[in-house]
Design a protein around this ligand. Sequence first.
Ligand code: EPZ
Length: 420
Amino acid sequence: MDKIVIEGGNVLQGEVRLSGAKNAALPIICACILTGGWNCLYNVPRLKDVQTIREIMSNTGVHFEEGEDGGLRINSDDISHHEAPYDLVRTMRASILLLGPLLARLGRARISLPGGCAIGARPVNFHLRALSAMGVDMQLEHGYINAKARTLKGANVFFDIPTVTGTENIMMAAVTAEGKTVIENAAREPEVQDLARMLRSMGSHIEGEGSDKIIIEGIKTLKPVAHHKIIPDRIEAGTFMIAAAMTGGHVTIQGYRQDHVTAVVEKLQEVGAEINQGKEEVSIKGPKTIHPADIKTMPFPGFPTDLQAQFMALMCIAKGTSIIRETIFENRFIHVGELKRMGADIQIDGNQALVRGREYLLAAPVMATDLRASASLIIAGLAAKGGRTEVNRIYHLDRGYERLEEKFQSLGAKIWREKA
Ligand code: EPZ
């Protein structure tokens, strides 16, 4: 298993370009099951999770052709199998996103129930309840969801919690369903909006994405899309911004979307960073003194849960105390134990972490436990004193960040990958 080694203390300087968004690419790749012919995607990030969804879809008969610089062509003319097996789904829960498209295309789907993961139980009850309302017959047996639907019917769906993949699954099931589907308390994330853009390019009648109410009029058939560029990864953008603030550096991030990072920019200005935003690029200068700031993770447009661990690393060396509240997942403080091994002063009380800033963190061998915790430990290592931080089990990182250590190297960090 690889590990990443960081010699802390370097100030990050320079420019870095974002990759395409993992959480937009995954549903959009699944949506290509909905049409015949070739769908052509651009700016697809080269990630383990993208490899995994490709492997599962190839097993159903879908063909992939890889172009250069993030181009990916997808053809599901020969799709015939409707199964996503346990050994692949257990490595990537987002495989649940195949449920809607397979039902829409084949009328059947057998998907392994995605288990929980490090950050929480991750149930999919909202997905299943909504699909039942659309006329899907669902049996849960032997760890699998066996779903069948002669025809999908439009329905009024209300989500207790604005579930991102739940909203995406129902959108993909609804676009060729009979009649109208209304999703209330829908997720508003930019990745949901990017999927809606793709479905509209396929000819679907969809409106309201980005709000909490999405309305879809089902139509018979959809057409393949000749060109869809995946939106940039806002979580990667936030990760670089926080790293720049952490090291007191000056970094310009290219290919970002200003409207996707408002909450993060506000918080970083609160801690004292200087941020200049252009249309396509943003530059951030880290503060001499990092001031403390409280955060509470919320659905978009609130502060994203996927940046909570990274922001916590920054607060570990703030001049004062901050409170971090995690409201989305029940167990998303696993990185705290590893940060404490680097000298951080953090007290957890339920879904709140009280972080007392220290003058510095100390380099140490640490263990990555989930995707975003990996990024948090790398950021901490970039600023840590006293030698080398080794982040083990870095396969978590490769699921969601494309060549992160190379990008940090290009910004002047002393960071490299080693065989553990
Ligand atoms: C998506 O996960 C993202 N993954 C996550 O990113 C992200 O953290 C999360 O949304 C929140 O923004 C992808 O898009 C592939 P949810 P998702 O359904 O859809 C509860 C990363 O690091 N819930 O919005 O699985 C759930 O337990 C990953 O890139 C139910 O109770 O999240 C959670 O508490 C991590 N029943 C809350 O809702 C359901 O049926 C929000 O979950 C569905 C969700």
